[in-house]
Design a protein around this ligand. Structure first.
Ligand SMILES: [Zn+2]
Length: 475
């Protein structure tokens, strides 16, 4: 336990200006217990908000994988009690309280008991009205969020604001993809309200995400989105860390039939503030621990954890297994060079994501239709440089849950589009960029380029990559 207290928040505390005690002292009320409230409450518990109280009176018998926290809990019946149980396991340092109450009258709102921040995460205009009135009277900021299966929005409401009308969502079910993406943004805006990092680090007023819009962060030109069954699809995920947790979770919820996951690392206490599915897996191999959790969340998903690092020795795997998609969730360009090699060689689509504490990006390579990772980032040269200089750096770097949850959710949306463009619309050709410090937070950037790269024998390719790196080093 002593080690948990000492190390748990170590990676986020490396961020300049981060004051964990401000977060640890803050009380937050979350109204609702559907997908948005679930993902949001998990994010806030992971970050270490001192008190997280969740309000709803909904009950459940058999949870859908979308409500993954209920699937992981041993409590049945009351949704908020199941959330209290599982979130208490995810972070024992946070006081998580489930209150079995619906916000349908001013008298019920009195149960909110003056938190520092209220997150209204239902699709109910009646609940929002009650919460806004309570918050205005006591001058408490509200982050109001709603979502349907494909789009959702958040509104940061300061006391007295008139906005925050989300009537359009009434009665609609909340989808896991918009919930996952928006929960990352909600957690980041909550962090800005409770612990701003300097001037200008202010919460946004309003934010929209729609995987049904070709622009993604707008409701313009919505395409008709259906549903598909991914039970026949096979995906390889490289890396089962912070990004991997959120991508793997999304793939399991989407019902992908086979998910192979590759990681050589073991779970450490310092991972737990971001890698939310590893709460009881310290010391275990990450890929295997994640596979075990995904099978609990969706028993129809054949998740397989492989203890290993992608390199030139994986040719046999790609020769033997027909993949529909490769998803790269690693944090280094050298490994991305191998993901890219195999994607180009075997003509398998590749989704690559990367994060830093306040930023992240998603790139989709669809053979013949968009540019590969080497054309965009020169990953082959990075691999050559690493091998020639033997510079495998293991510096401890700052990291935080929000960018990983946002980018992970965005990658899952693109994965659905790759696997079923008929039902989910075309995957992006530009890059998605997320920046916590930009006024718009996220958007599509760059051009819609494509390449016609090919790859042959891996040994010959490695020889060329190393040769170029040696020449460069000699210069
Ligand atoms: Zn290329």
């Amino acid at each position: 336990m002593a080690e948990i207290i000492e190390n748990r928040y170590n990676r986020q505390e490396l961020i300049s200006g981060w004051k964990q005690e401000k977060i640890s002292k803050a009380s937050v009320a979350i109204v609702g217990s559907d997908a948005l409230a679930g993902f949001t409450s998990a994010s806030l518990a992971a970050l270490g908000f001192g008190e997280v109280t969740i309000y709803d009176n909904a009950r459940f018998t058999k949870a859908d994988p979308t409500e993954f926290l209920l699937k992981l809990s041993e409590v049945t019946g009351s949704k908020v009690e199941a959330l209290e149980d599982i979130l208490g396991k995810m972070n024992p340092m946070v006081n998580v309280i489930g209150v079995h109450a619906k916000m349908d009258s001013p008298a019920m709102a009195e149960l909110l008991w003056k938190p520092k921040l209220i997150i209204e995460a239902t699709n109910s205009p009646a609940s929002k009205k009650v919460v806004y009135e309570y918050a205005d009277k006591r001058k408490i900021p509200v982050i109001s969020a709603s979502a349907d299966l494909n789009w959702g929005e958040i509104y940061v409401r300061q006391p007295g604001d008139n906005g925050g009308n989300m009537d359009a969502y009434e009665g609609k079910p909340q989808g896991a993809v918009p919930a996952e993406v928006l929960a990352g943004f909600i957690a980041d805006e909550a962090r800005k309200i409770i612990m701003p990092l300097g001037d200008g680090d202010e919460p946004i007023k309003q934010f929209t995400y729609s995987c049904a819009s070709p622009k993604r962060f707008s409701r313009d030109k919505e395409v008709e989105i259906g549903t598909d069954n991914f039970s026949g699809k096979r995906v390889l995920m490289i890396g089962a860390g912070a990004l991997g947790n959120f991508v793997g979770l999304g793939l399991a919820i989407a019902g992908v039939g086979k998910v192979d996951m590759l990681d050589f690392d073991n779970v450490e206490v310092t991972n737990l503030a971001r890698q939310i599915l590893f709460y009881d897996a310290v010391g275990q191999n990450k890929a295997k621990a994640l596979a075990a959790k995904l099978k609990l969340i969706n028993p129809k998903c054949k998740a397989k954890g492989i203890n290993g690092k992608l390199d030139e020795n994986y040719t046999e795997y790609f020769e033997k297994n027909q993949l529909d998609l490769i998803i790269d969730c690693v944090d280094n360009q050298a490994t991305r060079a191998f993901s890219n090699f195999f994607a180009v060689k075997y003509k398998v689509p590749l989704i690559s994501g990367g994060t830093s504490p306040f930023k992240g990006q998603v790139m989709v390579y669809k053979p013949g239709e968009s540019s590969c990772l080497d054309c965009r980032y020169q990953v082959d040269a990075a691999l050559g440089k690493e091998r020639v200089s033997h510079s495998c750096t293991h510096a401890v770097e700052a990291s935080v849950i929000m960018s990983n949850e946002i980018i992970g959710g965005l990658m899952v949306a693109e994965a659905r589009s790759i696997m079923s463009p008929e039902q989910y619309g075309s995957p992006i050709k530009k890059m998605i960029m997320y920046d916590s410090r930009s006024a718009v937070r996220a958007g599509l950037v760059g051009g819609e380029t494509s390449c016609d790269c090919t790859r042959g024998d891996i040994k010959e390719w490695m020889g060329e990559v190393l040769g170029k790196a040696k020449e460069k080093k000699a210069e």
